[in-house]
Design a binder for this molecule. Structure first.
Ligand SMILES: O=P(O)(O)OC[C@H]1O[C@H](OP(=O)(O)OP(=O)(O)O)[C@H](O)[C@@H]1O
Ligand SMILES: O=c1cc[nH]c(=O)[nH]1
Ligand SMILES: [Mg+2]
Length: 219
């Protein structure tokens, strides 16, 4: 399984990650969502370099030219709700992709946010049989939401390739995904990989609650 950690090299992504993390900047929701979207755009471009391509002919006003276009059918899947701006960024670049949406959220069992189950209640997806599945979620904390989403999507077919795209992953979630996704056809793309999780399974240092930062607190 290939793991690509963008924080190992400096790029524009470092600026956007800084703004997403910084408590003096991250509460500007418009900027927060747009930064996530921008990372989605850059990541889509990086993923596009790993696709298979075929050559077609196009008629220009003057002659015929060769053009290389992806030879893979792409489905971009996201996990509601924090995944939406990230998904949108990917879709800005893979504008011809099909789309899948899965709701996975933490249902806390008690106050104190210590103990929770992950609930999946909604899935809207095309067939993913033989296609390239890009799973997008800005936070990969324990990795459970990503795994359960993947399992839910397997009811729609077996993808030929899987790209897990995230903004911040914990090292624990990377190790978890290595155990629960097919080794030979999965690549993980992370803008940053953080060392820890706190007792509420939030990534440390992380960013806080991505869904709340993007869309406001929920009750
Ligand atoms: O790796 P995990 O431990 O499963 O945690 C990560 C999940 O938590 C966040 O969603 P959240 O449950 O906060 O829902 P929200 O998008 O509605 O805020 C995030 O977007 C992931 O889906
Ligand atoms: O750190 C975390 C973990 C789960 N969900 C988030 O939004 N942030
Ligand atoms: Mg949340």
């Amino acid at each position: 399984m290939q793991i690509i950690n963008f924080s190992e090299q400096n790029s524009l992504i470092s600026i956007y990650i800084r703004e997403i993390r910084d408590i003096t900047i991250q509460n500007d929701r418009l900027r927060f969502r747009r930064n996530i979207e921008r990372i989605g755009e850059i990541m889509a471009y990086e993923i596009s370099k790993q696709l298979a391509y075929k050559t077609i002919s196009v008629n220009t006003p003057l002659d015929v030219a060769d053009a290389n276009i992806p030879d893979e059918e792409i489905v971009i899947a996201t996990i509601l709700r924090a995944g939406l701006p990230f998904h949108h960024g990917m879709l800005n670049y893979f504008d011809g992709a099909e789309n899948a949406f899965v709701s996975a959220y933490r249902k806390y069992k008690e106050t104190g946010h210590q103990s929770f189950d992950i609930h999946i209640e909604y899935i809207a997806s095309p067939s993913i049989e033989g296609k390239t599945l890009i799973l997008t979620d800005p936070m990969l904390a324990t990795g459970s939401s990503m795994e359960l989403t993947y399992r839910a999507l397997l009811t729609k077919g077996n993808p030929s390739k899987i790209h897990i795209a995230t903004i911040i992953a914990s090292q624990q979630a990377i190790d978890y995904c290595k155990m629960h996704f097919p080794e030979d056809k999965t690549t993980i793309w992370a803008a940053a990989i953080d060392p820890g999780l706190n007792e509420s399974s939030y990534i440390v240092p992380g960013i806080g609650d991505a869904g709340d930062l993007a869309y406001g607190a929920k009750v």
